[in-house]
Design a protein around this ligand. Structure first.
Ligand code: ADP
Ligand code: MG
Length: 240
């Protein structure tokens, strides 16, 4: 059974369909990249799945259970979904430990502390556990944000261009680390990007989006070597 299933989402702004019958399904431990040019509706799709934006029609299911659609609408905090966005700001007044612990609601104090230590160890930042965000580099802050997002063991992780604020030198390392961590947690990941390279590097499956629609889905190699149409060819050959 897919961890996340999205059926026929539709959302219009000012009468224009921005998300136009989008369907997706993602298995646990799998990374799907929603790839497409700026303005094609990627973020709106993600926001609907997260529950911070509402679809007009269509359904979202988590582990086979309806969480949104058909008169039902679970609030974002009850969806078991983790979020990472481009402006991933840590809480500046909280220590690294408290930032990572922020979303942890269950377990004893000791158990929560152990989870924080485990994650900081895995992103190789345990030595900064009592530091504050301003004492860390941008890349280190990003890894803390990753640990914070993963700490509550979300069943689904939604990531909206989370690496675009980082310089090239850091990006590859953090991408790999992110994948390792998410796969170890067996989360289903939906990663939004407008960069074909990023999707090629991270995806198990690419969903190519244009003007609100998914125009092609498949393994990265297949989508890249056999684009569905001319527009897909030019999207891949453009240096965006
Ligand atoms: P992407 O993430 O692929 O760049 P978005 O989902 O952010 O695309 O936006 C898709 C389109 O919907 C854009 O044309 C954007 O201007 C429009 N849009 C997004 N949110 C709103 C809104 N709240 N009101 C009106 N138009 C919006
Ligand atoms: Mg966007």
């Amino acid at each position: 059974m897919p961890r996340l299933e999205v059926r026929n989402l539709v959302r219009r702004f000012n009468g224009r369909p921005v998300v136009d019958h989008v369907s997706l399904s993602i298995q646990p431990g799998q990374v799907t990249c929603l790839l497409g040019p700026s303005g094609c509706g990627k973020s709106t799709t993600l926001r609907i799945i997260a529950g911070v934006e509402r679809q007009e029609t269509g359904e979202v299911l988590l582990d086979g259970k309806l969480i949104s659609g058909d008169g039902r609408d679970l609030p974002p905090e009850r969806r078991g979904i983790g979020l990472m966005f481009q402006d991933f700001a840590l809480f500046p007044h909280l220590s690294v430990a408290d930032n990572v612990a922020f979303g942890l609601r269950s377990g004893s104090r000791e158990e929560r502390r152990a989870r924080v230590e485990e994650l900081l160890h895995r992103v190789d930042l345990l030595r900064f556990i009592d530091s504050y965000p301003h004492e860390l580099s941008g890349g280190e802050q990003q890894r803390v944000a990753l640990a914070r997002a993963i700490a509550p063991r979300p069943r689904i992780m939604l990531m909206d261009e989370p690496f675009s604020g980082l310089d090239n030198r850091l990006r590859d390392g953090i991408r790999d680390e992110t994948l390792d961590l998410l796969k170890a947690e067996d989360a289903a990941v939906l990663l939004v990007t407008h960069e074909p390279d990023e999707a090629m590097r991270m995806a198990d499956e690419i969903a190519l989006m244009r003007q609100g629609r998914i125009v092609q889905r498949g393994a990265p190699y297949t989508v890249y070597t056999r684009p569905a149409d001319r527009a897909a060819v030019s999207f891949f050959s453009d240096t965006n």
